[in-house]
Design a protein around this ligand. Sequence first.
Ligand SMILES: [Zn+2]
Length: 243
Amino acid sequence: MLPASQSTTTRFSRDFFPPHVVAFVSDRSADFKLSKDAPELTKPQNTFLTRQLGFRVPEVLTVRQVHGHKIVVAARGAARKSVALEEADGILTDRHNLAIAVRTADCLSVFIYDPRNDVIGLIHAGWRGTQQQIIKKAMTLMRAHWDSRPRDLRVAFGPAIRSCCYQVASPFLEYFPRETVKRKQGYFFDLPQANRNQLAEAGVDAANIMDCGVCTHCDPEYFSYRREGEAAGRMISLMMVRK
Ligand SMILES: [Zn+2]
C-alpha cells in the first residue's frame, strides 16, 4: 500500500470544509465492497482508513444501497437503530464522531455540510437516484430536521464516471434533456452536472459546490463498474464531524 502522501485518495477538508469536518474518498488500493454476510468494516479496511485519515474511525453508519431515493436520518438523541442495515442511498446526521459512508464505483458521492448546524450528509447518486432527485430530497429533510438553509450549504462531489465516458441509451434524452449530449459515438450523460443543476434549483450557491473532477472510468486509480464489470471493487466515501 502506498503511503498516504502518494495515494490518489481524495480529501476535501483542507481547502473546502472546515478542519473538523472529515470528508474522504478511497482509491483502488482498498476494496470497500459491502459484504452480504458481514456488513461491518473488516480489519484491513479499518487499518487502511486509520492510516489514510490519521485516526481511528470510532463508528461507521452505512446503508445497503438500492438506487432509490430513501435517506436515513441519524439525529442526535434519537433512539439507536438496530444493527441491521437499512436499504437507502443517503445518510444525514448531526451526531459528532459518527462516520457516515457510501460506496461507489462510477456513481457519484455527494458530500453535504451545513455549517450553521454542523450537520453532514452523504448521498449515493447514480442515474436512477439522480432521476428521483435524491439530492433535493436531502435538502428537504435537512430543512425539516434542522432548518438548514440551502444558501448556507457546502457541497462536494467525489470521483464518478463523467460525460467523457458515460455512454447511455437514447431514453436519457428524455430523463435528462439538459445533461445528455449527442456525439458521433452516441449519447453521453453528465451525472455531476445533473446533480449540480438540481442543487442550483434547490437554492445552493454555485460557489459553494466543489467537484473533485475525477472520472473513474478514465483514471485507473479508481474502481469503475463500466470498465471492470461485476468484478469491480468499491471506493468508500466517508464523512464525519470530528469533535
Ligand atoms: Zn472519462
